[in-house]
Ligand binder design. Sequence first.
Ligand SMILES: [Zn+2]
Length: 289
Amino acid sequence: MGIDDADNVLRALTDDGGFRVITLETTSTVRGAIESQQVKGGLCRTFADVLTGTILVRESMSPDLRVQAFLQSDDGRSRLVADSLPDGNTRGLVQLAKDANPTAEMPIGKGGILQVARTLHNGALHQGVIAVPDSGSISAAFMTYMQESEQTVTMISVGSHMAGGEIVAAGGYLVQLLPELREDLLAIMTERLKDFENIEPLLAQGKASAAYLLEETLYGIPFARVAERQVRFGCTCSQTRLAASLATLPRSDIESMLADGKMLDIECDFCRKKYEFSPEQLRGLLTSN
Ligand SMILES: [Zn+2]
């Protein structure tokens, strides 16, 4: 995908030092992920929200590291995965139970779980698991994660607008309270964000750009933009990476793949790109493990 398919992420600080705000549009990113996973109907919305929320967590907690999120359905048999990488490439995976309705929103308000895993600078993983709030709201689930697992008071809203069965706009914002915060400022911000708990009406009006969301979120509050970054749909798969994961399989599995002497076709689960392995390449894996 070309640079034209990139979405913008903006970061700002209010002049009073009280708030950090991140806004982003994710229209192209989620459309790319939805297309590769062949997602249909109301599930598009949930998938889009998980992708946008995951990017927000990464941009706020560790922009130069990787964040993955797993949303598990009430019955624990279906899940959505979002994987956001430091270079902005973001991809997703939809794994539905065989008998799940592929076009319905995934039931997540009665036992659903959100798990977030983010890489730390020392290579370790910070992981948090929270119960999705009864409302089934993905925004609320990410806010709960930030509070319970990151001990950070954060307001998050993610959303999308659909028309004709497709996502036509997606995005979100995150407002984080900095330690210097004054009580009176918190009251003003809380009041202000009440109008923006749901950003869908804005998205439906075509006002999905990160710049617009920033102006709206901080309307009347002096602020400075401190960074602009980009995200896009993109996968990290390669012949080498797939070979590395094949090499971790039990020897007997590789031998059975070799049995018919044909080329082995493998498709990347995330982006559906196809790769081929020759019997010689497979035999090479056997000698290296
Ligand atoms: Zn791939």
